[in-house]
Design a protein around this ligand. Structure first.
Ligand code: BJW
Ligand code: ZN
Length: 240
């Protein structure tokens, strides 16, 4: 059932630089909820787009903080899955591998990938909403702790809608996309900018584009190869 087209395998064998561009779908099989698939349980009547903004935090700090604390609890139990491990193993077969991830879950890093560009920050970290310096919070804090420097409220160190992506990391991602010969899009709806523009950049520079996703997405038209289904099955098959 999971047969990889021979020309894709050939592109992989000949690749000098592979970019893996991942989204929430790659962590779904680790039990981390995605954004645009239906939210579960407690939070089913909220939309991520309405909680992941500075505006939402300003208006209701407790609501937004508790949503992130809930997601941190889920993440504390999550482990990298077969998809993450296959990507880490890719480094043994390809001279250069760059992982560009939209995920804030750290699972690529945990699985051993050595060059990970995290475009949207890290859910495990906190910064001050006022002065942006790092701060500490515990898993049981159900209100945002105060910043030890300025007394502001802590928030997760992630990139919210309307906020700038970390400039140096985004620039490095653009460089990798422009430089690679194979660009793998994995588990992302391709709706959130500017990250979603990276596949097009790679395509314009002549890279082979392949898409691995549970369903068709916005990037479908860019891809020469589309593998529909769970990334935790397709990615190990790519290396077999
Ligand atoms: C599986 C699977 C399995 C499931 N196997 N697959 C240009 C045009 C229009 C709008 C804009 C634009 N430029 C900027 C904007 C605004 C905005 C934006 O893009 N809005 C769109 C929604 C329209 N962008 C921004 O605001 C960005 N900042 C910015 O542009 O700054 C410059 C600026 C500043 C000020 C003024 C003006 C400009 C910032 C975007 C930050 C995104 N942040 C989030 C939250 C992070 C924190 C948190 O975790 O809470 O990042 S939003 C959320 O979406 C998160 C994700 O990284 C991101 C992408 O989601 P992803 O990964 O694609 O997940 P899903 O759920 O959408 O898709 C999962 C897919 O997996 C699905 O297809 C499933 O089928 C599949 N799947 N299981 C394989 N097992
Ligand atoms: Zn502060």
């Amino acid at each position: 059932a999971h047969t990889i087209p021979e020309i894709l395998l050939q592109a992989l064998r000949q690749a000098r630089h592979v970019v893996v561009f991942s989204g929430a779908g790659i962590s779904a099989e680790s039990g981390v909820p995605t954004f645009r698939d239906a939210q579960t349980g407690l939070w089913s009547h909220f939309r991520a787009e309405d909680l992941a903004t500075a505006e939402a935090y300003r208006q209701d700090k407790l609501l937004v903080w508790r949503w992130y604390q809930w997601r941190r609890q889920l993440l504390a139990q999550a482990q990298p899955n077969a998809g993450h491990h296959a990507i880490a193993a890719l480094e043994q077969y390809v001279p250069q591998v760059t992982v560009i991830t939209q995920n804030v879950d750290d699972l690529h890093q945990q699985s051993g990938s050595t060059r990970v560009l995290a475009l949207h920050g890290n859910l495990r970290e906190n910064i001050c909403f006022a002065c942006r310096r790092p701060g500490q919070a515990g898993p049981d804090d159900d209100t945002p702790p105060r910043c030890v420097h300025c007394g502001g409220s802590l928030r997760p160190n992630v990139v919210w809608f309307g906020e700038q992506l970390p400039t140096a990391i985004y620039r490095a991602a653009e460089q990798a996309a422009a430089d690679c010969d194979l660009f793998l899009i994995i588990g992302t709806s391709g709706l959130v900018m500017p990250a979603a523009s990276l596949p097009q950049l790679a395509q314009r520079k002549g890279a082979t584009i392949a898409l691995i996703n549970a369903e068709a997405t916005a990037h479908q038209d860019l891809a020469q190869h589309t593998l529909l289904g769970p990334s935790g099955t397709w990615l190990p098959a790519l290396l077999a």
